[in-house]
Design a protein around this ligand. Structure first.
Ligand SMILES: [Zn+2]
Length: 649
């Protein structure tokens, strides 16, 4: 009897708690439904305000954007407070629990209203500083008032010039006009970021960004991936350095075996693809560079986008909506507007409005960029049916990887021949090596760039890197991992990472590192699915419905499941790994190993103290100007500077 009574009581308790639980789940579902409705509206308002500002940067629009960001932050924080009503961490329904978990991530909005306002003001000022920066007083310019913006002027100069001094002027000028002016603001930004992370439960602020990958061993995994590709990067670095020494044969390179950072064809040395002609293994062989053919065929920006869309359609994926064509900004406006030209893709969260903002030019690089950006739009379209909080990729790197993955097929000779940009040619090993060199210069080089940049930001956020050593620590990492050294003396009051758009805009960068690893895993997975025979770099997924179906299946998940589940759909494996990348580049790796025989392939870990701006044909005025500046700002190092001048003169 007693036993029966106990069982009855126990069952009643279960029933009671069960009904309480059901009630809680039902109210949680109601909350999510109304959250979703409101979040769509709030996101649309926010992204419209940001769009209006990015496509016409004025004080007025910037002010409206800041207000919209504050409104959105209030919305997020309000919901975050309401969440506390539920014991959601114990929900057994993963789909519901995961939505609550994502809503609970309100980032910096968690700050007090006053602090959040300050935070968004700083962010907005940093962004404005970057997007409106211009560099003046180009050596040899007759008009000293003439100034140059990053896009297209400085980018083109960095891509095409082989004049050491001109490159140095642009490289240093851009850092003087951006990072150096951000120094104080950035420190305040970092402090507020740290405070927000603490309130969000992250003792060390770098853990906040890392948490998006849902991995306990994120750091060691990233380190492992870098170590995996490091020998290949060292070979590429050694080979490129020897070639550059030929181009700049009358200039002194550092004894530490670093490459001066201004010689690699871009403002930041993240991609070295623009110096291909200087380092081409077989310069007399046909190069798969179709820019000239694009101009012969009178390509327009619209055509570039049509070709890209055609690729997605060939995989049975979605077409761009009508509003995309009407509302995107695909070229730099010809009026006097200042616009944010860095290519970006936009989801306005109303399930119908998706846009690209980029100042497209007609060349092969932009053909690839266009596929990259449209890859983002495709992802938006695939998961637009999901609750707002799941409208994201499985992890931030996956969003970056989709367009890149397609571009791996777009640049194959087979595909370029199909769209009549390349004549029918007999491909041989030399051409393959040229092709892979081109690919490595744009893809492999980004990995150590991303690694060093993000290690720096993590160090700043977790307080391991103090304000006084921001710039020194940055170069320490760049010298160690990227093998690059500054081409001119840097100072503690410089903030060279601030010259990279993702820093003032607060966009995490490790996603590009990871996307450059996983895109090769995806490529290999899809090529297996379409039973590609032969080398991985010659696989082309154009018109493959099997590949399209796997991609769609993965993208449709949005961020509703852990990334390992999404990855398994395409690759059959749940771990990130660099072996697909190494397989893709196998012929080039063999070539470089052979070429580098008898040469040192690594560099000193530390930046060389003895590296001075030594110039055999150096321009006296530049050095004098640098000397005066050092005197003004760094009285303490006068002795060192004088030594520097002595060496030069
Ligand atoms: Zn992207």
């Amino acid at each position: 009897m007693l036993r029966f009574f106990q069982v009855l009581t126990y069952s009643c308790c279960i029933l009671l708690s069960y009904s309480k639980l059901t009630e809680e789940i039902e109210s949680a579902k109601d909350f999510l439904e109304s959250y979703n409705r409101e979040a769509e509206i709030e996101n649309t308002l926010l992204y419209n305000a940001i769009w209006n500002c990015y496509t016409n940067i004025t004080d007025y629009n910037q002010n409206l954007m800041t207000k919209a960001q504050q409104r959105f932050a209030r919305f997020g924080k309000d919901k975050w407070e309401k969440l506390k009503k539920w014991n959601w961490r114990n929900f057994t329904d993963e789909y519901i629990r995961r939505q609550f978990q994502k809503i609970s991530d309100v980032g910096e909005s968690v700050l007090s209203n006053e602090k959040y306002q300050r935070y968004s003001e700083i962010k907005s000022d940093l962004e404005k500083l970057y997007s409106t920066a211009k560099v003046c007083k180009k050596p040899g310019d007759l008009n000293p008032e003439k100034c140059y913006s990053l896009e297209p002027d400085l980018n083109q100069l960095m891509a095409n010039s082989t004049n050491w001094d001109e490159l140095l002027w642009a490289w240093k000028g851009w850092r003087d006009e951006t990072g150096q002016k951000m120094y104080k603001m950035f420190d305040e930004y970092a402090e507020l970021f740290r405070e927000a992370a603490r309130i969000n439960g992250f003792e060390k602020a770098d853990e906040y960004w890392k948490s998006w990958y849902e991995m306990d061993n994120f750091d060691s995994e990233v380190d492992r991936l870098y170590e995996q590709i490091k020998p290949f990067y060292q070979h590429l670095h050694a080979y490129v350095k020897r070639k550059l020494k030929k181009t700049f044969k009358d200039r002194k390179f550092p004894d530490s075996d670093h490459i001066p950072a201004h010689l690699l064809g871009s403002m930041w040395s993240n991609s070295w693809v623009n110096i291909f002609s200087q380092v081409a293994p077989f310069p007399n062989k046909t190069n798969i560079e179709v820019t000239k053919e694009m101009s012969n065929q009178k390509y327009t920006v619209k055509k570039l986008f049509n070709i890209s869309e055609e690729f997605f359609l060939s995989l049975n994926l979605k077409a761009m909506p009508k509003s995309f064509w009407k509302d995107s900004m695909l070229t730099k406006p010809q009026d006097n507007r200042t616009v944010f030209c860095f290519p970006s893709s936009w989801d306005f969260y109303n399930q119908k409005d998706f846009r690209i903002l980029q100042c497209t030019e007609i060349n092969m690089e932009w053909l690839v960029i266009t596929h990259h950006e449209m890859g983002h739009i495709q992802y938006f379209l695939q998961y637009k049916h999901l609750p707002v909080v799941f409208r994201d990729s499985a992890n931030p790197a996956f969003h970056e990887a989709i367009g890149e993955l397609l571009a791996l097929s777009v640049v194959t000779p087979e595909y370029l021949q199909k769209i009549d940009l390349l004549p029918k040619i007999n491909n041989d090993l030399d051409m393959d090596i040229n092709f892979l060199m081109n690919q490595a210069l744009s893809k492999l080089t980004l990995i150590p760039f991303a690694y060093s940049l993000e290690k720096w930001r993590w160090g700043v956020f977790n307080n391991n890197i103090k304000k006084e050593e921001y710039n020194k620590a940055f170069w320490k990492l760049k010298c160690k991992y990227q093998g690059l050294s500054p081409p001119i003396k840097r100072h503690d009051h410089d903030l060279d990472p601030g010259s990279i758009v993702h820093v003032p805009y607060g966009v995490p960068y490790i996603r590009y590192f990871i996307s450059h690893i996983v895109q090769f895993q995806f490529h290999e997975g899809l090529c297996k699915a379409l039973k590609h025979k032969g080398q991985l770099h010659r696989c082309n997924i154009f018109k493959s419905k099997e590949a399209g179906s796997l991609l769609s299946k993965m993208m449709k998940l949005g961020s509703s499941k852990k990334w390992s589940v999404a990855m398994e759909i395409i690759t059959g494996q749940s771990k990130m790994d660099g072996s697909s990348l190494l397989k893709y580049f196998e012929p080039l790796i063999k070539y470089l190993e052979e070429e580098n025989k008898g040469h040192k392939i690594d560099w000193n870990e530390e930046c060389s103290d003895s590296y001075k701006l030594v110039s055999i044909n150096g321009k006296r005025e530049n050095l004098l100007a640098e000397y005066i500046k050092i005197q003004l700002f760094m009285i303490i190092c006068i002795n060192l500077c004088i030594n520097q001048i002595v060496i030069v003169f």
